[in-house]
Design a protein around this ligand. Structure first.
Ligand code: PMP
Length: 353
């Protein structure tokens, strides 16, 4: 840290992304990426001609992509925002709406507490229920903006649309942000509610179900007034945040909905098969609607499972927060990825007996 850093940033505990080690080739089940490549149409869209056009700035309004998203999801273009990954949208929302504080689950996406600290927002972290679910009633008299990942991460547990609506309705004076990064793997989207509630902001990403984590593309749906707020921040920070190649890849991806639906169906199948096998090996596994499982072993610690898997070439994500330190978050990959995971666990657990 230099002596020039603003005092309010000196104590900031930055977000720690999942590790990307280069010492060997791992079966990478630690950052919830898709195991499937994007479809050929997306790869073709990033053409030599588009690359040659990189000398030109991209369209800062992202008009074509917004119109395509609007048509795909049955909303108006004025209800759509696009950004450089959904992290950017979360960042903008905290910047804009956390002035009166922010309320989110104590166990959730780790970036929420980082953004709260970045903007000096008073943060209320609401404990989960004993079964790791979210009780909507805990958010009915919430302080400031409400942020809920649905399905939640790292638990994978989802709220129903009725439960989400009850939270949105109870917080009419504040923005309720529903982070739907994992909704395509079995959750229910709050998108149908955006015309009814002007305080609802639904945030989505291309990083998980659309196999484009490396392209950095996030999108959001809300009332035109909320979208205008987010545009204002984008135009006050980085209007060209979405590059030309990502714009065309994002457009082409929306024309390949069937391909992605099949990928999601395969991941859901692999998730359920893996949950079964993990239970046979002595794990308790939370009921997941996401592209990952959150699991703890009856007799081996979470840290030991993590280290033993890494040693055997399988990367999963371990969090050291005391309440969840017994667990690991395991991204769902291909059938072969999951076979490698189970084989490594059999060896690890067998070696302990
Ligand atoms: N929300 C949740 C709950 C996430 O797990 C992630 C991925 N780490 C994000 C948002 C951010 O995704 P991206 O910026 O890649 O769109």
């Amino acid at each position: 840290m230099s002596r020039f850093l603003a005092p309010r940033l000196q104590a900031l505990d930055a977000y720690t992304p999942g590790e990307q080690p280069r010492d060997m080739v791992y079966t990478k089940l630690n950052t919830n990426e898709s195991p499937f490549a994007p479809p050929q149409a997306v790869i073709d869209a990033v053409s030599a001609a588009e690359v040659a056009d990189l000398r030109l700035y991209p369209d800062p309004t992202c008009r074509q992509l917004k119109e395509k998203l609007a048509a795909t999801y049955g909303v108006k273009a004025e209800n759509v925002f696009v950004a450089n990954g959904s992290d950017d949208i979360l960042n903008f929302a905290f910047m804009a709406y956390s002035g009166n504080g922010v309320t989110y689950p104590a166990i959730s996406y780790g970036f929420y507490s980082v953004y709260a600290a970045l903007y000096g927002a008073a943060a209320v972290e609401v404990p989960l229920k004993e079964d790791f679910g979210i009780d909507p009633a805990d958010y009915f008299a919430a302080r400031g903006m409400v942020v809920i990942a649905n399905p939640n991460a790292p638990t994978g547990i989802a709220l129903s649309l009725d439960q989400v609506e009850s939270i949105v309705a109870a917080n009419a004076e504040n923005v309720v942000l529903i982070d739907e990064a994992y909704v395509d793997f079995g959750g229910e989207s709050a998108l149908p509610l955006i015309d009814k509630y002007d305080n609802l902001l639904v945030v989505r990403t291309y990083s998980k179900s659309r196999s484009l984590a490396g392209a950095r593309l996030g999108f959001a749906f809300a009332s035109p007034a909320i979208i205008a707020d987010l545009e204002k921040i984008k135009y006050s920070t980085n209007p060209y945040a979405i590059n030309r190649l990502t714009l065309v890849a994002g457009h082409a991806a929306l024309e390949a909905e069937d391909y992605y639906k099949n990928c999601c169906a395969e991941i859901i199948k692999n998730r359920e098969d893996t949950a079964l096998k993990l239970r046979e090996l002595g794990f308790s596994v939370l009921p997941s609607c996401a592209n990952f499982l959150f699991a703890k072993h009856e007799s081996i610690s979470g840290a030991e499972i993590y280290a033993g898997l890494k040693q055997r070439g399988v990367l999963v994500r371990h969090f050291s927060k005391p309440l969840i330190a017994d667990y690991n978050r395991i991204t769902i990959g291909t059938k072969e990825d999951m076979q490698r995971l189970i084989a490594a666990l059999q060896e690890l657990i067998g070696g302990r007996k």
